[in-house]
Write a protein that binds this ligand. Structure first.
Ligand SMILES: Nc1ncnc2c1ncn2[C@@H]1O[C@H](COP(=O)(O)OP(=O)(O)OP(=O)(O)O)[C@@H](O)[C@H]1O
Ligand SMILES: [Mg+2]
Length: 314
């Protein structure tokens, strides 16, 4: 089955567009898209920006490998500026490094944004801000606190913070509370902050993905319903399942539904990091494959302790 096209999210696209238009009219803001891993944060922001005209875009993607690299976020933005500009020479002349105070870089960002605004409004994106380096965060915070009537929209996307309890902090996809607290500093003192949470796609949007994947007619409705039940409309899981199965398998309620090797690997990694009782409960629940009281799952798991407590990290 083919690659699913972008579907749904009309209301969310509207929120981004409105924030952008307000920014263009001199009402800057910080838009925070905080939601689960793989739910479609990056795709949404990209799509929203594609639909806008007349904006310059500075886009930085954060990566765990670069979280200790000072100014890795700012550097990406500066590289997108005019190659003849001073901003760009700041990168090429190695003017950015651990020796430079972050507030000075923040002040430069403010200057550069004023120059950029002479041409038109600017959208500044920091994707996966939970992996942003400390120096960039300080510089960006400095910049945000100085936006007044600027024609600037800053968009930050972040994965949801891991739930309370140290056991889940290291999970793939979830952000440890300490990291989340770091990027949340950005909202402090920023004139306007808007939150845009994202949930799974509705069944109707899943049906559109199914159709673009080439399944049509009555089968497409049944498949959309089944996929939505299996994934809660989570686009990454949807893609994974669509790629690993035929439509016939998916519609057959008794068939075993496969997930892609990469998703399977990620789930295995998550399970491996859980405490043994939690893992045993997950395995028991998978075998039972039905809603049961925790005590029943605990018995199947062969647990000696409290089954409700064992479920907590899950
Ligand atoms: N509205 C949508 N319609 C169709 N496909 C989508 C939609 N949203 C996301 N996807 C697809 O789902 C996958 C995950 O989306 P995306 O990478 O945007 O998620 P994310 O929330 O940014 O994930 P991460 O937390 O890893 O950064 C991508 O392959 C993307 O193309
Ligand atoms: Mg993303």
């Amino acid at each position: 089955m083919g690659q699913p096209a972008f579907v749904g999210r009309t209301a969310e696209l509207d929120v981004v567009a409105q924030a952008a238009h307000k920014a263009a009219a001199g009402e800057p803001s910080l838009l925070i898209v905080e939601a689960a891993a793989g739910i479609g944060k990056t795709a949404l922001v990209r799509r929203a920006i594609e639909g806008l005209e007349g904006f310059s875009v500075w886009w930085a993607s954060c990566d765990p490998a670069e979280q200790d690299w000072p100014f890795s976020v700012v550097e990406q933005w500066l590289r997108q500026a005019d190659p003849r500009s001073e901003a760009n020479s700041m990168v090429t002349d190695r003017g950015l490094g651990p020796h430079v105070p972050p507030v000075m870089v923040g002040a430069r960002l403010v200057e550069l944004l004023s120059t950029a605004q002479e041409v038109g409004p600017v959208i500044v994106v920091v994707d996966d801000v939970h992996w942003a380096d400390e120096a960039s965060l300080t510089a960006v915070g400095f910049m945000l606190r100085r936006l007044r009537a600027d024609r600037v929209l800053v968009i930050a996307t972040a994965r949801t913070e891991a739930g309370a309890g140290a056991a889940v902090d290291g999970l793939e996809g979830a952000v440890p509370p300490a990291r989340a607290a770091q990027w949340r500093r950005l909202a402090r003192g920023t004139p306007r902050v808007r939150d845009l949470p994202l949930e799974g796609l509705p069944q109707q949007a899943v049906a559109q993905i199914v159709e673009t994947a080439g399944v049509r007619g009555a089968a497409s409705q049944a498949l959309a319903k089944r996929l939505w039940e299996l994934t809660g409309g989570h686009p990454l899981y949807l893609r994974s399942i669509l790629a690993a199965n035929t439509a016939d398998t998916l519609i057959d309620q008794d068939a075993v539904v496969l997930v892609s090797a990469s998703l399977e690997g990620a789930v295995r990694q998550m399970l491996a990091r859980l405490p043994a009782p939690a893992r045993a409960m997950a395995e028991a629940l998978a075998v039972l494959d039905a809603p049961v009281p925790p005590a029943v799952a605990g018995t199947v798991a062969g647990l000696e302790g409290n089954p409700v407590q064992a479920l907590e990290p899950l």
